[in-house]
Every structure is written in C-alpha cells, then in structure tokens.
Design a protein around this ligand. Sequence first.
Ligand code: GDP
Ligand code: IMO
Ligand code: MG
Length: 430
Amino acid sequence: MANVAVVGSQWGDEGKGKIVDWLSSRADVVVRFQGGHNAGHTLVIGDVEYKLSLLPSGVVRPGKLSVIGNGVVVDPWALLAEIEKIRAKGVDITPETLVIAENCTLILPLHGAVDRAREEARGTAKIGTTGRGIGPAYEDKVARRAIRLCDLADARVLEDKVDQLLFHHNALLRGLGAAELDREELLNQLREVAPKILPYAGVVWQRLDELKRAGKRILFEGAQGALLDVDHGTYPFVTSSNTVAGQASAGSGMGPGAVGYVLGITKAYTTRVGSGPFPTELLDETGEQLGVRGREFGTVTGRKRRCGWFDAVLVRQAIKTGGITGIALTKLDVLDGFKEIKVCTGYRLKGEVVNHLPAGQTAQAEVEPIYETFEGWSESTRGARSWAQLPATAIKYIRRIEELIEAPVTLLSTSPERDDTILMHDPFED
Ligand code: GDP
Ligand code: IMO
Ligand code: MG
C-alpha cells in the first residue's frame, strides 16, 4: 500500500482539487506541502461548489485529517477567512481536523504589497503573479528572516524578527522613495491574529510519523504544476516554490520514502494563467472555444486562462523531472465535438527538431510545435463513468497520449462532478 502524491503536470489548474477530493475517500490524511493561497482548487459535490486555496481538498470529507505542511506559505488572515467561508457551507473545521506546521512561513500584508508593487513596476514584463505575496514570502524564508507560525507564541522573538524584517524591507522602500512600514502596526496585527491561528499549530512531522506507523494512508496535495516549478518550470515565469512531488517530503517533514505513487494531474489540452512561453497556445477561434467549453477562468483571480492543444513534449518532461508514475487525464469532455484535435509531439527550433523544452528564455519563446492531428468525436463523453461509454476515437486519443508521454492514464475525469471519474488503476494499491 502506497501513499499518493497528487501534482500538476502542466501550468496549474489541471483539476487537482477534484481528483484529491475523489481520492480522499481512500485516504486518512490530506497534506498540502508547498505554495499558498495562490492555489485555487475547485470541488463540485452535487449542487455545492467549494473553492479552496489553502485548505487541503480532503477538508470537506468528515473524519479526514487536513494538514498544512511546513513547505506552505500561510497568510493567517486569508486562511481564517477561508475557514469561515467553508464553515458557512456546513463543513466542520477545528484544531482536531486541521493542523498547521508550527514551522511554516507566514505571509504578511507587506508581502502582498511588495508583490503587487513589483508587478506594476515591471509593466509589460510582468510575471502575472496572483498578487498574494507568495514570492516575497518565500524570499524572506530563504533569506532567513521570515516570521514563522511558532514565532507568534513568543513575544520577544516576534519583536526581534519584526525588527530584522523591517530593517530589510524599509531600506528597500526608502530607496524607492515609498512610505516605510510601521513596526507597532505590524506587531499589533500579528498579536491580534496570534490567538486565532495558534490553536491550529502542531508538530506536523511527528503527527505524520505517528499516522504512518499506525498504517494510515496519506494523500499529498500539490498546488500549481510542474511548468511553474521554480527549478523545472518556464523560469522566470514560474511560482516561487518547487511544485514537483519531491517537495512533498521536504514540505511535510516525512522523508522521500513516504511519497509512494506520484499521480500527475493532466488536462486533455493545455492552459496557462499569467505571462510566459506557451508553445501550443491558440490565439484563434479554437482557443476561444476551448476556453468557453472548459470554463477557463482563474479560480483565484478570475483572469481568463490562455488555451491551447495538448503538449506531449511538456507533459513528458514533467513526468521525467517530477517522477510521475501515472496520470489522471481531466477535462476530456471539453474536447467533445471538435472535428479534429491536435497534439504537439516535438518542436522545431532554428530548423532543428527538438524533443524537449530548452531552458533558455529565447529558445522557449521561439520553439514551434510539431503537431499530430487526430479525428475528433461527435458523441458526448461528459459524465462518462466507465471506459465502455467512451467513443473509439476518444480511446485512440488517450492511448496515443500514453505512448507520447511514456506514462499510463490511471484515472479519467469527465466532468467537474466528484463521481464523474473513471478509475483504471488504484494508485493506493500500487
Ligand atoms: P486545480 O487548481 O488543479 O485544482 O484546478 P481548478 O479547480 O483551478 O480548475 C479546474 C476546473 O475544471 C474546475 O472548475 C473544475 O471544477 C473543473 N474540472 C475538473 N475536472 C473536470 C472535468 O473532467 N471536466 C470538466 N468539464 N471540468 C472539470
Ligand atoms: P493551482 O494550484 C495556475 C501562476 C500565476 C503566475 C505565476 C506566479 O490552482 O493550480 P505566484 O502568485 O505564484 O507568484 O504567480 O504562477 N500560478 C498559477 N497558475 N494555477 C495555480 O495554482 C497557480 N498559482 C500560481 O498565474 O503566472
Ligand atoms: Mg486552480
């Protein structure tokens, strides 16, 4: 019996939330291990839709433990607001059902302000961040000046850390001619939020170790996707964390052996929010159609997602760099009714054929996709719950994708609804 890590294999929004929710019926614990409230994970259960950003997607199932690991950057105000929003839908969230690593980094109001100000200053060269302060918070973490959740319980350390943090940030703000941050104001904000968030703080690595030894099944929930990974993605148009499954161990304190099966969530086409290279992007009517049929609007910022054909080169690269064992193919239904469907199988770059996305920014912007064209299907696959309900042309498409990406399709999703899911191979039984 393996634990399972769910990660995105493209540029995020592949449907991780839906698949984590579905798989969590087979798990005891769901753990977030990186990212923050830049994530937007949508769950559709009957008539109710949940949009989760920081809360693990297992939170809606009674009896499951939700864990926010040390690798996550936590905005306490955003988390408390999210807890209230989800509670209002009848979900029970208490320190018994939700544990946050005491050593996680906090996102402070200044991080959001820095994120948004820098994006504005970049103008057309902007990354297109979610403006949530993710990058600046991770920067403070690796610079060893971040405020961590446990610091809220230690008045003296908190004051020292605020001084160190403001020494750095106020020097920059002065240089930019901007207003400096007020020490007392920040301290008061932190003192005010401390008693609300500290009840959830815990020794996550120890809890997970106990659960592992008790034979409990752990499901790791990734945010973003492989192409937004700070090392393996389309740098600098990436997020500020490692999104690959390797991060599940470092970001939860469990060690590499704990991860088990790595399930890459993969859209049957490609989308991206924000700036950066996108070789198969369609700026025509077909791209528009994919966006409308797939309802491709960002969960967090409401931005329109850029759309294009499936890029097998990029997904294969994500499978190799992230150690993905098998994929869950989502949104197959969005391709219903297209006369023909294309898949990118390689790139042309300066007259040569290349089989991977080079790391250089110029090359990434210049690669031209080489397509293989498939006959579409006129039948509806929406809501299909068995392989037998799929048209032969759709099966052909799936089989060819498996060949191109060199990994099996383990799960198939045919609508936003929880149970419109086809299981070919149970990742927990691997
Ligand atoms: P995540 O960030 O990876 O969790 O994905 P998002 O929730 O941001 O975006 C995926 C969107 O697609 C959500 O609105 C889901 O409800 C929806 N979705 C997930 N799976 C399917 C599917 O198989 N078919 C369709 N049509 N929609 C899906
Ligand atoms: P989920 O978990 C899609 C993108 C932003 C931007 C870049 C950097 O829902 O799949 P950041 O705010 O992280 O510094 O922004 O990363 N981005 C996402 N795109 N889905 C996400 O999360 C994303 N999280 C960040 O649009 O291009
Ligand atoms: Mg999303």
